[in-house]
Design a protein. Structure first.
Length: 573
């Protein structure tokens, strides 16, 4: 192979790694290694390299990939394997303390009071991946002991998120509210043993006493008196709570006689009106982890102060403890994650719903075209790091882009289309077949061409200066100002490259006018939802749910086709 051809291949490889732009400096070392004699002719070497880089950079990224595939059919497959090996070596989950192969049991414990978001997904996946790493089990446990907030709607949504979108396959599915008789039995046992007491202090007074480490006057009530009040709670007396008697002078505020049961008379979505007294999170969580055989509790460090309370409850009741391993919090930046805040935004009309593309709920991410593999990859990257991790949408988009770029079919979407008519359109280009993917030999996009095309308004305004431009993978055109006509210039990419750089505009996507399909893409611009209107090439026969790359625009998921209009949701560039 001569130096010119070798330099072109190097430039192609460098360009596809860096979004279509090769850098001359990146080629020098490999050129000298292959052609040592060039070391003494630096000027000649750089002339060869610069020519190759200039020619390659004139191509679109898809054209670069297609040409590289012709030179090296195995290049992309080999690069994928290299990336996969590097990823696996770098991101294998660290070992779990006290884990035995085949005996690890983790849990995924959502509360069905809202829709899951990105942070929830990462936590779910970490627990799932560790269970699978050790050939263990994972339990999907709905922590549904707050009738005021929970509903079947959220249970169904979480099942969809966890089982379908994330493709997690739990070994068991449980509802904490089904264990209410067991919770009541434990409460009455604690009362009988003098470990719990009822209290009707106002919440402000209770908080003040905790801060000042002062004991409540109800603390000395006899078990018999406490049991009477407990029975009143069962009848719905809402001013009473049941507190665990620990130590009001404890240095950990969580341990200062925490409330373990409160009265909620709302109808429960699953249990109806059968129960009026419900366990608090810390109490039910400690018991459920032991009752269900969980061996490892993997969660963010925001729960650190509560570990002592959970262990105290388990010791008091003679229950098995778990290995608790914490990781840093996932701080989702640039998006609202609080369920309460999202509800408010929905009610006031600031967002359209739980799947609004400005949110990072799993419903929104799925609808935008984020594939589950991107979430798995992100979970592995975050892993069990002790430090807090700041995550914004761009991080997830970068991972998703790498995955989609290898699989998504390409189609042309022309935003703000302007129709042009090309004079002297050749008969040899009346029918063209373009590739669905630049480096996968599959299918094709066949289009009938008669010289009438849609191009973007932006491109239309820029090519009227007379520079030669290329319709991607099709033909080279030029606008003639005197006749106010678009003229056919030439057909091949080589002819386009031969035009002096200052006389070339570049490559633009297009759609034939004949058969063009109405399309639009929903994007987020400065926090607002905006529809980009345009046309889709006639060869696109797509069904809702498919994710494609719209050439020179970005990746998008087809949300619906209605009245002949293709409506996409924009994922990212």
């Amino acid at each position: 192979m001569n130096p010119h051809d070798f330099a072109r291949i190097l430039a192609l490889r460098n360009a596809v790694k860096f979004k279509g732009r090769a850098s001359p400096g990146a080629l020098v070392g490999a050129m000298i290694a292959e052609f040592p004699e060039q070391k003494n002719d630096r000027k000649g070497l750089m002339s060869i390299i610069n020519a190759a880089v200039e020619a390659v950079n004139a191509l679109s990224l898809d054209e670069q990939k297609a040409e590289l595939l012709e030179h090296d059919p195995n290049y992309f497959a080999e690069e994928r394997e290299k990336r996969k090996a590097r990823r696996e070596a770098r991101q294998d989950l660290p070992p779990l303390r006290g884990a035995e192969q085949g005996k690890v049991v983790t849990r995924i414990p959502p509360e069905p009071s809202k829709y899951n978001h990105l942070g929830h997904a990462l936590s779910f996946l970490i627990n799932y991946l560790y269970a699978r790493k050790y050939d263990g089990k994972v339990i999907l446990r709905f922590e549904d002991t707050n009738p005021e907030k929970e509903s079947q709607e959220f249970v169904d949504a979480m099942r969809s998120d966890v089982l379908e979108y994330l493709a997690i396959t739990p070994d068991k599915e449980l509802f904490v509210s089904d264990d209410m008789p067991r919770f009541y039995a434990v409460a009455e046992e604690l009362i009988a043993q003098g470990h719990a007491y009822t209290c009707n202090c106002p919440s402000e007074a209770m908080s003040k006493a905790r801060r000042e480490m002062k004991e409540c006057g109800h603390r000395t009530a006899s078990p018999e008196e406490v049991k009477k009040h407990w029975d009143l709670m069962q009848k719905g007396r809402g001013d009473l709570v049941l507190r665990l008697k620990i130590d009001m002078q404890h240095k950990n505020a969580v341990m200062r006689d925490p409330v373990i049961f409160r009265v909620i008379t709302n109808e429960h979505y699953r249990q109806g009106t059968k129960y009026k007294v419900w366990p608090m999170y810390d109490f039910e969580n400690a018991l459920e982890d032991s009752w269900t055989g969980v061996t490892h509790v993997l969660r963010s460090n925001e729960f650190e102060s509560r570990i002592e309370l959970h262990n105290y409850i388990k010791d008091l009741l003679g229950l098995q403890k778990q290995v608790v391993q914490q990781y840093g919090r996932f701080n989702i930046t640039g998006a609202t994650t609080q369920g309460r805040e999202i509800r408010r935004l929905i009610e006031e009309g600031s967002v359209t719903g739980w799947d609004d593309p400005r949110l990072i709920t799993l419903r929104a991410l799925k609808r935008r075209g984020i594939v589950k593999e991107a979430l798995y990859e992100l979970a592995k990257r975050c892993g069990m790091s002790k430090t807090n991790t700041n995550i914004d949408y761009s991080v997830l988009a970068a991972i998703n882009r790498q995955l989609l770029d290898e699989e998504a079919d390409r189609y042309s979407f022309v935003r703000d289309p302007v129709a042009i008519k090309v004079s002297r359109w050749p008969a040899t280009l009346r029918r063209v077949e373009l590739k669905l993917h630049p480096h996968k030999r599959r299918g094709g996009r066949t289009m009938e061409l008669d010289g009438s095309f849609y191009i973007t308004k932006k491109d239309f305004e820029r090519v009227k200066d007379g520079r030669v431009f290329r319709l991607i993978d099709t033909a080279n055109l030029r606008y003639d100002a005197e006749s106010d006509t678009f003229m056919f210039h030439s057909g091949t990419i080589e002819e386009f490259r031969s035009v002096p750089e200052q006389e070339r505009y570049g490559l633009i996507n297009y759609s034939p006018v004949q058969g063009a399909q109405q399309a639009r893409v929903l994007v987020v611009e400065d926090g607002q939802l905006v529809w980009h209107e345009g046309v889709l090439e006639p060869s696109a026969k797509l069904s809702p749910g498919v994710i494609v790359q719209l050439e020179r625009y970005g990746f998008a998921r087809l949300d619906e086709v209605k009245d002949g209009v293709f409506s996409f949701w924009f994922a990212h560039e």
